[in-house]
Design a protein around this ligand. Structure first.
Ligand code: MG
Length: 458
């Protein structure tokens, strides 16, 4: 991993490790990296610090001669779609910290085709950033900012892929919780245009997140769960702050975990296409593999991280991909997670195929357990080698960390990318078995760390 960019851009606490100096320098570095006179699109989510950081990045870009197109507050996938559609744009920047708390913000770079930058590109920008070898232009070549609307074409592109007639006929009632994020500008309007009756929650853009924390986890969506039930709505929908992820509540008010929706959409698309490739990280539920293979498709596993999934999809010509956190990627639309497209697809599905609870209930089901074990950074790499030795006689997959397949389940042991931790995931058919497996493997990881610690201290 690069020093500055994490798996999803640069992130930090505003005016602490994410400040105007960093943003300005990153703007100059990105502008130096692409050609003089390039066109760069920039957008942000609804965080309070978005103007501050956007202006700093834009200043840096203009100092290197770039023309900047300001798209305002928009979902990340809308910036990505705009960039993909315009031939004259060489790079895009999104000011967002996705689902993180309000004091955080971040900077993420998008390639000319709308996909996230790949590692070597980020490394090159970082090299310029740290060397401060910026290529500043003469006074009369400095860039300017103009603004443009990215939302109209984005919404139209989603609508093109959806059966509007079918939705209009049923006119489903949909509760939308925008979490005061960038989804406020798209999802309620889009769903109304598709023929839904929309009731909104937290649909005023507000970077202090007065409604609830931005991560669309179950405990943050209790109002949506209650309101979906009380209003007798057909569906509840929630996004994170930059609206690339979508979580659903069924018509009974049940919170549906992201891996269930991932499985549901994979099943539908593989069935419709009479096969095709689907891409997901090794941490995803076996239910995805089950439905893809059952319907004549092929499942390809990757490391954890949505840009990695998107890249793999493009490389192998997959029809669909995504993660268990509600990030779905539809290849015929664009190679990135798209919250509005996910919302529209599920609405279409319930009007055509019936209630969400029933559709989800028909899917194969497993129990997933996740635990964390503290592990010092210096031990992360050697630990993985040690564990590989310990489990060498088992059925292994080392795509990301170590996945061990057992009869009726699997265990995944992988280092956290952001914390001094190892994560132990376990999936099995029964609760008891999952509990027992996650416990026993956590113990093995813990003991191995202790043994190594002693060895390293000697
Ligand atoms: Mg996000």
């Amino acid at each position: 991993m690069t020093e500055l960019f994490g798996t999803n851009g640069v992130r930090g606490i505003v005016n602490d490790d994410m400040d105007t100096d960093l943003a300005l320098k990153l703007g100059k570095a990105a502008g130096t990296w692409i050609d003089n006179g390039s066109v760069v699109a920039i957008g942000s989510d609804t965080r309070i610090s978005n103007q501050m950081l956007k202006n700093a990045v834009s200043s840096g870009l203009m100092a290197t001669g770039c023309e900047v197109i300001d798209l305002g507050e928009v979902p990340t996938p809308a910036v990505q779609f705009y960039t993909k559609c315009r031939d004259d744009i060489d790079l895009a920047v999104v000011i967002t910290a996705s689902h993180n708390p309000p004091e955080f913000n971040g900077i993420k770079c998008v390639n000319h085709d709308g996909t996230e930058l790949i590692d070597w590109m980020e490394e090159e920008i970082e090299e310029i950033y740290f060397s401060e070898d910026f290529r500043l232009v003469e006074w009369d070549e400095v860039g300017r900012v103009r603004s443009d609307d990215a939302l109209k074409t984005y919404k139209e592109a989603v609508k093109e892929k959806i059966d509007i007639e079918a939705i209009e006929k049923e006119s489903p009632v949909v509760m939308v919780d925008c979490g005061n994020g960038a989804g406020c500008y798209v999802t309620p309007y889009l769903l109304r245009e598709l023929g839904c009756e929309v009731i909104t929650l937290n649909a005023q853009p507000d970077g202090s997140f007065p409604g609830h924390d931005s991560e669309p986890k179950k405990e943050n969506l209790q109002d949506l769960v209650r309101m979906t039930k009380q209003t007798d709505a057909d569906l509840g929908i929630a996004h994170d702050c930059d609206a690339d992820r979508t979580i659903f509540i069924d018509e009974k008010g049940n919170y549906i975990f992201g891996d269930r929706i991932l499985t549901l959409v994979a099943k539908k698309l593989v069935k419709e296409n009479g096969g095709g490739k689907v891409v997901t990280p090794v941490a995803s539920s076996t239910s995805v593999e089950d439905v893809v293979e059952e319907n004549g498709g092929e499942l390809i596993y990757t490391e954890v991280g949505s840009p990695i999934v998107a890249r793999k999809m493009k490389e192998v010509g997959a029809i669909f991909g995504g993660e268990e956190n509600g990030g779905l990627i539809f290849a015929d639309h664009q190679y990135c997670r798209d919250g509005a497209m996910s919302a529209a697809q599920i609405v279409e599905m319930i009007v055509k195929e019936g209630e969400l609870s029933k559709l989800v209930g028909d899917l194969p089901e497993y129990v997933l357990k996740k635990e964390g074990v503290h592990c010092a950074e210096r031990l992360k790499e050697p630990l993985l080698k040690e564990l590989k030795k310990k489990f060498k006689d088992e059925d292994l997959d080392d795509t990301d960390g170590l996945k061990i397949y057992y009869e009726g389940g699997w265990v995944l042991i992988r280092p956290s990318g952001t914390e001094p931790k190892y994560r132990v995931y376990c999936e099995a058919e029964e609760e008891e078995k999952a509990e027992e497996m996650v416990g026993s493997h956590k113990k093995i990881v813990h003991e191995t760390i202790e043994d190594m610690d002693q060895l390293y201290d000697r």
